[in-house]
Design a binder for this molecule. Sequence first.
Ligand SMILES: [Zn+2]
Length: 438
Amino acid sequence: MQLTQKIRIFPTAEQQEVLWKLSVRCRLLYNFALAERRKTWEKTGKSVSYTKQQNDLPENKEKYPAYRWVYSKVLQMVLKQLDADYKSFFALWKKGDKNARPPKFKGRKYFTTMTYNESGFKVEKGRVAFAHFYNDVPLEFQIPGKFEFDKVYQVSIFKNGDDFYISITYEKTEKPYIDNGLYQAIDLGITKIITAVNIHGKFLEVKNPRPDKYWQPKIEQVQSRRDHCKKGSNRWTCYHKKLTKMQNKCSNQIRDFQHKLSKKLIENTRANTIIIGNLNVKQMAESNGNDKKKDRSLHRAVQNNGYLSCFARFLTYKARLAGKRVIEISEKDTTKTCCVCGKKHDMKMQDRIMGCDCGNELDRDRNSAVNIMMRFLSQNASVDRLLSFKESILRQTGLATASYSQEALTLQGRVVHGTCAVVLVRYVLAYLISFYVA
Ligand SMILES: [Zn+2]
């Protein structure tokens, strides 16, 4: 599996100068290539291909020797980036996204991300080095010794705020997956990030610490102060810096928590298969543009969904490394359906408990987790497993006792009525047989 590791580097003043010189060359190349595409489109109505621009590179290097400072593969990657930017713009446009904008020229202060693929870099334990031809200052940086990479595909240098980073894309071997018959179904939510149920009907809940709730008012305050200043003024820049710092801090705290939680969850569960409901972000993002208040809450909901899908991604890749699997199944109606009798209810956001006529009074998220598990079992496992899981849930909810007395049988028969008539028939049969034998 390919993974990417982001590491902060600390270039010296000399190295920073080199990095900026190289970045400027990349930025100008991006802008020139963009201008070429725009002009050709205006004149002839045709687009310029990446291959053509790449083939023109050697000639351009002859004309403008300064481009020779940069390692040739890096320049190719700049053109590839432009090509990718255009492609993603066209893809959005075709989908009907009216807010999609074509790639723009990069300004003077923009640090272009420089990507080295295949060659021109060297990653060893504790050190990373890049090739360039600007002067004799080596672009060599320390990286913490804890990072070890067997096979590196590409390394890019980029800047975030005032700090420089590298990101290393490398290969990591997965453990083979074996289905051990144990499953864990997870319902992802905002207040409780995890509500999980295992095959034995045991629940696990983890609360979300919500650092965004702490930061949001502070961020809004600084944002409003910034917006009252003239854009680009000293005061504006000061507030803007403060704002980015707070936003970064907030998202870092969320990501940190998610990494730790997903790691713990994967390490501590005995189940090799984890089932989650798939999160459909796009479906929620439809805005009507009229109702501002609604739009805002919708925006928040989508943002939260973004956090959750990020968490799902962490879970998926960590599971694969540990020889486990995360399976996404449709989440449709899992919150609305009663997990005991299967009746659908109109559940509002504030309804925290699934109260059903059949006597089921289960927490909303638990109910949803049970439904996810049952949907998965009915599609992928034997009927026996589904029934035994259902039994353990009934026992948990107090709707049925473990003993198979006559009363319990009739009670279970009532509860399971309709969805699982099979179980009743089986018990009656077993009862008759035992009666016959006696
Ligand atoms: Zn019910």
